[in-house]
Design a protein around this ligand. Structure first.
Ligand code: SAM
Length: 479
């Protein structure tokens, strides 16, 4: 692998005696991993039922290594959202942010969802995940992955962080900032990144990261916890950014991350000398089985000293005023279901013996959504999805959505048609073809059926006289 001379010089200066081991790691095979969706299956169960050889990743509870030459994305379990393909060190940031059901969580730079899908799974349907990305096309991929995972309590936004900060001052319990970076830890996985590397880009990202984390801190509640991560090695973008953040925000303190023997400490001298920077964690490819990552876990202290309390109060007041001004500017949007719509939705739920989780159902443009609790100040925020898209009202009936199918499990719906993972029928279904010769049985009946591969939902199909009309979402179909 041909690496830029300037990059090599920088790494030689950083690593000293270790430099040769680091460079040699570029000749070693890259690491392949998948992370199990705990909304659908436990890691233990997956370990027993995995359709190809896997090995547990020692520092990630629901992570598994698989070998080069295996293609997990081709298996129907991938289409069922049973796992997400992710390089093992990239699994680490979300694994070290202690998200609990009921938390308000923000993933500020979330696309395509490698970490947001894990945060959503940890919430177990309670609380809310705001998953944001500045790029609209990448935010679409993020939404797709969250829906594939069956995540319901989501708000997928496409905003600049400063705009979000106006709407969510001091709102979140947990924030992940997986910042855009120079990607030095991606060289082995994606050699194209090498071509775009330059020391100017390192400086560019370091500056951009400061502006992103500044907004993130404004959105963290006192006592809340934030994890900052990158997939790069440069000091400027890692200890440098975190050192600056600590200087600007004395209410922040670094916490230790749940340890693993392969992790290395951050270097205070690379970030202005603050000794606590040693709490940061680095994953070096020559020291453990990961491509490379940096992580810092920060907590916003609750007001302690009188000065600090006053400063936080002033900050809070300023932010609340901004929210009040915004509220005045925007009329309240109406989203209640019409009586007819309510009737059609209830008829559908009754037919399948399904129950919606607690929450508010809203209708927008003839579509129904189960929406999470949100402050009024979100009005005006650009978003792709608010909550779980349940389905559409069409010609006097309700048609359930793909996202709703992915959210459901066969235990929650009374009409289920399950294909075996190795069957030709599951492949036909995923290609969008009509499936014939289906026999009705105890669970599989005429009408809307939740189509599954083994016990994992894939989508909808409408059964009549042994013929399954395929309702699998066109844009998700296999070619
Ligand atoms: C390292 S990637 C995130 C990867 C993602 N967390 C995952 O695990 O799949 C950084 C992301 O930040 C987004 N981004 C770049 N500048 C941003 C900004 N100013 N605010 C928010 N997101 C930004 C990029 O579009 C990109 O998707």
């Amino acid at each position: 692998m041909v690496l830029p001379e300037q990059f090599k010089n920088r790494m030689r200066n950083m690593l000293g005696d270790e430099y040769q081991d680091f460079i040699d790691s570029y000749e070693m095979p890259r690491q392949y991993g998948l992370r199990v969706n705990t909304l659908k299956v436990s890691p233990e169960e997956f370990g027993e039922m995995a359709p190809f050889p896997v090995e547990r990743i020692p520092w990630i509870k629901n992570g598994f290594f698989y070998k080069e030459g295996i293609f997990p994305a081709r298996h129907p379990y991938y289409a069922a959202g049973v796992y997400y393909l992710q390089e093992p060190s990239a699994m680490t940031p979300a694994s070290r942010l202690s998200v609990e059901p009921g938390d308000r969580v923000l993933d500020l730079c979330a696309a395509p969802g490698g970490k947001a899908t894990e945060l959503a799974a940890r919430l177990k349907g309670k609380g809310v995940l705001v998953a944001n990305d500045i790029s609209n096309s990448r935010a679409r991929a993020l939404l797709h992955n969250l829906e594939l995972f069956g995540a319901a309590n989501i708000f997928v936004t496409n905003e600049i962080p400063a705009r979000l900060a106006e709407s969510f001052p001091g709102y979140f319990d947990k924030i992940l900032v997986d910042a855009p970076c120079s990607g030095e830890g991606m060289f082995r996985k994606d050699p194209d990144v090498i071509g775009s590397w330059s020391s100017e880009r390192v400086d560019f990202f370091a500056k951009q990261q400061r502006s992103i984390v500044k907004s993130a801190v404004e959105m963290l509640r006192p006592g809340g916890v934030m994890l900052y991560s990158t997939c790069t090695f440069s000091a400027e973008e890692n200890e440098g950014t975190v050192g600056w953040l600590l200087e600007q925000n004395p209410e922040l303190e670094l916490l230790k991350l749940e340890p693993y023997e392969g992790f290395s400490e951050g270097k205070p001298e690379w970030g202005g000398g603050n000794e606590t920077l040693s709490c940061c964690v680095r994953i070096w490819p020559h020291r453990m089985n990961g491509e490379g990552h940096f992580m810092a876990l920060l907590r916003k202290r609750t007001a302690g000293s009188e000065d600090e309390r006053k400063r936080l109060e002033q900050q809070e007041e300023k932010q609340q005023n901004r929210v009040k001004r915004k509220k005045k500017e925007q009329p309240k949007a109406e989203g209640k279901l019409e009586a007819e719509e309510k009737k059609h939705l209830e008829a559908f739920l009754r037919e399948g013996g399904a129950q919606l989780p607690c929450g508010r159902v809203e209708s927008r443009g003839g579509k129904a959504y189960l929406v999470p609790e949100m402050p009024d100040s979100v009005k005006g925020i650009r978003f792709l999805r608010n909550g779980l898209y349940l389905g559409e009202f069409k010609k006097g009936r309700f048609e359930p959505s793909e996202a709703y199918a992915m959210y459901l499990s066969p235990e929650c719906y009374s009409k289920v048609l399950s294909f075996g993972a190795e069957s030709e029928q599951v492949e036909m279904y995923l290609r969008g073809e009509t499936v014939f010769d289906i026999k009705v049985g105890e669970k599989c009946k005429n009408g809307w059926n939740l189509v599954c591969v083994d016990k994992f939902s894939l989508g909808w199909g409408k059964l009549s006289n042994g013929v399954l009309k395929n309702k699998y979402l066109c844009s998700w179909r296999k070619n």
